[in-house]
Design a protein around this ligand. Structure first.
Ligand SMILES: Cc1cc2nc3c(=O)[nH]c(=O)nc-3n(C[C@H](O)[C@H](O)[C@H](O)COP(=O)(O)O)c2cc1C
Length: 462
């Protein structure tokens, strides 16, 4: 290994999965080697988690939704036929089991701010952070579906701006519970003194806001990370502002390294405006890989994947709806969209297409064609160097099949990356935040940190 390679900063690698049959690459579940059809079997995930840990992946990252995509009043048989995120099981529950069978792997779940009350959610996450000894991450999402919103009693998907204001209050409640309710040293376990915890160091948070009223105290004692590692994926201007204030890791699906560079620079600039350090946020690009020992083999495997690809599935997944909730026809120019759903995706897809008028169907095609890297392990390593040069800190590896896509990446690509100093050889000790950032807790500049000690009674004035 050359000294130049030895000095490189390794990229981080997450396995991007969902507790369902068809997550991103639709149609692939029909392949004979596709294990994702058995997603209800705990062993599917236990075995995968062990494979990922043996390969030194940083984390297993579960996406999630709470409803169907597209027009909530229309026929939804395409989603059911395709197994497209229906059927699906809850990822957060699954993390409890995965905590027990792994030791180092980070475990990330996705939870929408309208799907559970923040008091309950904060308690679940603290419990998982205890069970896993500090390896939990939360992907904060605000919803993209009318149907998902109706499942929680809302008439439809809440307005884009209000969704982020809601998320602001939601995380505020959670930060108060995680960071402020229990002071350091509050747990005494003092058998002789008959005090399990110290009442002077356990506080009610008394949150009163437009959407939530939460008295506290938080019921779990402080977990190793207190606040889980915070992921976020919105790419609209409001999404980037929210990420700049709150996220520690941002999930990108940039069309190319140049676009990634723009999104990263913009979000880091906003983070600095919010009083944070640019390096407080790490950026993960979503990529899938077709790996061949030769270029010819890679092309042959690509053709095989194409045979199984379901274009109906990609289009149904990326369906965008108009202000009345109706799906836009695929040939609608992106400049004519007035959508309340995935604004960022539309905006950035439009920027990536410069030789013709970008249309709605391009977003579906992007899911299919873009963000896949085809070649030999060396060629793949070269491409990853380009993403790293654009400022990307890590990759969310998108699978075609479970567990094959990850096994192949571990066997063929990671050794080449390790040779180049681009993938870690061993885990750093400690919590997920310690592994990623060298600290167990949120930094002082994060908004969650303001609640440390904030609820202790003021000292009596003498
Ligand atoms: C790569 C990526 C992954 C996402 N994963 C999820 C998810 O698992 N669940 C979900 O409800 N939304 C998910 N989203 C949607 C975003 O969280 C966000 O709601 C959406 O991009 C709209 O926000 P925006 O208009 O700010 O871009 C994802 C978005 C992207 C780009």
């Amino acid at each position: 290994m050359s000294t130049q390679h030895a000095r490189r900063t390794p990229l981080h690698f997450n396995a991007f999965v969902m507790n369902t049959t068809s997550h991103i690459h639709h149609g692939q579940w029909r392949r004979p080697d596709a294990g994702q059809t058995e997603f209800t079997d705990l062993n599917t995930w236990v075995d995968l988690a062990r494979t990922l840990e043996a390969a030194k992946f940083d984390a297993m990252f579960f996406a999630d939704v709470v409803g169907l995509y597209g027009d909530a009043d229309a026929d939804y048989s395409v989603y059911v036929n395709e197994g497209l995120q229906i059927p699906s099981n809850d990822p957060t529950v699954l993390l409890g089991a995965l905590s027990v069978v792994t030791e180092h792997l980070g475990l990330a779940t996705t939870s929408n701010v309208f799907q559970s009350h923040p008091f309950q959610f904060a308690r679940q996450i603290s419990t998982l952070d205890h069970l896993s000894h500090g390896r939990i991450a939360w992907n904060i999402v605000t919803g993209t579906q009318d149907n998902g919103s109706r499942n929680f009693g809302l008439p439809r998907l809440t307005d884009h701006t209000e969704r982020y204001a809601w998320a602001d209050e939601y995380v505020d409640v959670a930060y108060k519970l995680w960071e402020g309710s229990w002071d350091e040293g509050a747990v005494l376990k003092d058998r002789a003194g008959s005090r399990y915890s110290d009442p002077a160091r356990v506080h009610k948070i008394r949150h009163e806001g437009p959407r939530y009223s939460v008295e506290g105290p938080h019921l779990p004692p402080p977990s190793p990370q207190r606040t889980p590692v915070l992921f976020q994926a919105g790419s609209s201007a409001s999404g980037r502002d929210f990420a700049a204030r709150n996220a520690e890791a941002v999930f990108l699906t940039a069309a190319d390294p140049g676009i990634a560079r723009q999104q990263i620079d913009d979000t880091r600039r906003r983070a600095v405006e919010a009083g944070r350090a640019p390096e407080d946020i790490k950026f993960f690009q979503g990529l899938s890989f077709i790996i061949g020992d030769t270029e010819q083999e890679a092309q042959r495997k690509l053709a095989e994947a194409e045979e199984y690809a379901s274009i109906e599935g990609y289009l149904a997944h990326s369906a965008l709806v108009d202000p009345d909730g109706r799906v836009y026809p695929p040939q609608t120019p992106l400049k004519n969209l007035k959508t309340n759903t995935q604004r960022g995706a539309a905006e950035w897809a439009a920027r990536a297409i410069t030789d013709r008028e970008p249309v709605v169907a391009d977003i579906g095609w992007r899911g299919h064609r873009n963000n896949r890297v085809v070649g030999t392990p060396e060629q793949i390593a070269d491409r990853l160097e380009e993403w790293q040069a654009a400022g990307v800190d890590g990759v969310n590896v998108i699978n075609w099949v479970i567990p094959g896509s990850f096994e192949e990446f571990a066997q063929k690509v990671l050794p080449v990356l390790r040779e180049r100093g681009l993938a870690q050889r061993e885990y750093a000790p400690g919590t997920l935040r310690q592994k990623l950032f060298g600290r167990d807790r949120l930094p002082e500049t994060h908004p969650g940190a303001q609640y440390r000690g904030a609820f202790a009674p003021a000292p009596a004035v003498v």
